[in-house]
Design a protein around this ligand. Structure first.
Ligand code: NAD
Ligand code: MG
Length: 387
């Protein structure tokens, strides 16, 4: 029997991270946990470490939390590190085979790049990594011959549709979107919505940032950019359709007009499991989709006029360069401020739009240009909110 695949979960205390631990715990003969990392949730990190016995854990750069995690794991062999630099150092260590990149936001970029640079396979949940620097990330993955396996459900669906089709060009992909909690609502309603409303997603239970992104449809815009890099697509090959039931996770149309879809109940454990075990499918007893209960599946055009983040993301997708990086940074700042109840739901769009106009455009950015554009965009978006 082969040794278990050694998994490093970057962002283990989040929605994706905790579900990944459930998947791994169900298959100890195939998968083992070697690295766990968390930013703030020291208690959960300690609990996870004691249960899964990894080689290394990393806690965010707060000294008190670092001391607490160290003390709690003192009687074990688990090594404890702290801070952003440690995340990158651990990503380079030869103690794991596959990184599950499940940190949220721009913070996931450097450790993921470092994993690829060191020849590690990556199961990618952190879509912002590809939004910010997709060209550099995918180029490095090609040079190092490492797979980047999508975890995002839509991209996992496309990836699954493409198995066995590697000689067949894609005509287009159809990214499905649930529409989020405000599907069908108009601007006069959105102006008053608060954090609590935005966090109530109808079909998925996710971290706070992606829940807000789903409510604004920015999530689908980020996913269009993610799809461009993962599957080497032109913007016009990526279509978004609202599909409120979230049963069809996405579709691929080939050059003969044939369309393949990947379907199932909405449960992130499925794409997580597929990415960790690829190319194998592991048996499980999760609930199955009964089409008699879903006897109507709807597909509609998104409301681009109401949900203006989506056209902004499409503009960034089409123009390219550092614009997706700027869009992402402004969005992260705006979502953070919305979650703190400092700005309204529609203000997020204005902040992103103005930041995209302000930061100078770079056609072919280097990685340092991306780091710089991210900083510049955050600074400007932050200033806009003080007005
Ligand atoms: P989450 O907020 O629940 O968890 C984020 C994790 O990242 C936590 O472990 C947290 O400690 C860590 N983290 C946060 N900020 C950090 C920082 N600055 N430095 C280091 N670590 C940090 O988020 P999530 O919902 O699990 O999403 C994770 C990623 O997966 C996101 O990029 C999201 O877009 C993507 N994703 C999530 C889902 C989902 O169902 N939750 C679906 C598709 C894609
Ligand atoms: Mg998704």
């Amino acid at each position: 029997m082969n040794n278990p695949k050694r998994i490093a979960i970057f962002g283990s205390t989040g929605s994706i991270g905790t579900q990944a631990l459930e998947v791994i715990a169900a298959h100890p003969e195939l998968l083992s946990v070697e690295v766990l990392t968390a930013n703030g949730n020291d208690d959960l990190l300690i609990e996870q470490a004691l249960r899964h016995n990894p080689n290394v854990v990393v806690i965010g750069g707060d000294n008190a939390k670092y001391a607490k995690v160290r003390a709690a794991l003192e009687h074990t062999d688990i090594k404890v590190f702290s801070g952003d630099a440690a995340l990158v150092e651990v990503a380079a260590m030869d103690i794991y085979d596959l990184m599950l990149a499940a940190i949220v936001g721009y913070a996931g970029l450097r450790p993921t790049l470092e994993a690829i640079r060191n020849g590690k396979a990556v199961a990618l949940a952190n879509k912002e990594t590809l939004v910010v620097a997709g060209d550099i990330v995918m180029q490095m993955a090609m040079e190092k011959r490492v797979p980047v396996i999508p975890v995002d459900s839509e991209h996992s669906a496309i990836f699954q549709c493409l198995v066995g089709e590697h000689r067949n060009p894609i005509e287009k992909v159809i990214l499905t979107a649930s529409g989020g909690p405000f599907l069908g609502r108009k601007t006069n309603y959105l102006v008053n919505v608060k954090r609590e409303h935005a966090l109530q997603h109808p079909n998925w239970n996710m971290g706070a940032k992606i829940s807000v992104d789903s409510a604004t449809l920015m999530n689908k815009g980020l996913e269009m950019i993610e799809a461009k890099w993962l599957f080497n697509l032109k913007p016009e090959q990526i279509q978004v359709l609202i599909h409120p039931q979230s049963i069809v996770h996405s579709m691929v149309q080939f050059e003969d007009g044939s369309i393949k879809a990947q379907m199932g109940l909405p449960d992130m454990k499925l794409p997580i499991q597929y990415a960790l075990a690829f190319p194998n499918r592991l048996a499980n007893s999760y609930p199955r989709c009964d089409f008699r209960k879903f006897n109507t599946l709807n597909f509609d055009e998104p409301d681009y006029r109401t949900f203006r983040n989506l056209p902004l993301a499409i503009e960034a997708l089409k123009k390219g360069g550092n614009l997706p990086c700027v869009l992402n940074a402004a969005n992260e700042v705006a979502v953070w401020a919305f979650l703190q109840n400092r700005i309204g739901f529609l203000d997020m769009t204005d902040i992103i739009e103005q930041t995209m106009q302000k930061v100078s455009w770079i056609d072919k950015p280097s990685i340092d240009d991306y780091y710089h554009s991210d900083g510049e965009a955050r600074l400007y978006a932050g200033e806009l909110m003080k007005l």
